[in-house]
Design a protein around this ligand. Sequence first.
Ligand SMILES: Nc1ncnc2c1ncn2[C@@H]1O[C@H](COP(=O)(O)OP(=O)(O)O)[C@@H](O)[C@H]1O
Ligand SMILES: [Mg+2]
Length: 241
Amino acid sequence: MKLLEVKNLSIRYGDFLAVKGVTFAVEKGGIFGIVGESGSGKSTIAKALMGLKEADSGEIVFQNKTKAQMIFQDAAGSLNPRMKVCDTLKEVLCHYGRSKLEAKKEAAQLVELVGLPPAVLDQYPHEMSGGQCQRVSIARALACGSEVLIADEPVSALDVSVQARILNLLRALNKSRGVTIVLIAHDLAVVKNICDEVIVLEKGVVVDSGEPESVFSAPKSEYTKSLIAAVPGKNLKPTHV
Ligand SMILES: Nc1ncnc2c1ncn2[C@@H]1O[C@H](COP(=O)(O)OP(=O)(O)O)[C@@H](O)[C@H]1O
Ligand SMILES: [Mg+2]
């Protein structure tokens, strides 16, 4: 079943056409990859999916009442520096109708779910590593009851070993909770082993699409070939799922 369909989407900034007739569909319960170099239009598409940037033409259709949340490259910066992790999570949970007591319990469960020790609940963002902050921002997105996580370069700012662990977490949440994930990356190695389907964007245009194995073994565009050639034998295959 399609959770999200994007049809012939075009988006401008003034006279500049950043996204040009992009079409794709995201299966419910899948991990969908969007890959392209910096400036190829990935974040513009993410913002449009979240309703933060208006489309000039085309359509974005979510299945009924789908809740989507975004997670960002700068996880620490997306968290309130003055709030402890437990308060960040409790605020969201209370907003979505939990009592204070329920929110406290659920915040602790979420922290465990994203692989953090309970002590983190009493910490502030600046007391945590980048990987830990990213786990908290994932927990916060789950606290909203999101069925879709739109992850815009969620591991770009992290060390390679931490990248693999965060990708493992996303995959585990996808499998255990059925959370649909749109995973945006400039690095093919990130999406290669984790996504069910990918599109490759070049200057706002989809130049390749399909299952990662076929896109990477038989790329249709010169652009995709050059991206593949640029991957320095990095292996980010999730290992603990
Ligand atoms: N607010 C903006 N005003 C003008 N141009 C923008 C703005 N945001 C992004 N762009 C341009 O749109 C293109 C796509 O940007 P973006 O979607 O951020 O790409 P990516 O996320 O793939 O790096 C780039 O050429 C960028 O310079
Ligand atoms: Mg971007």
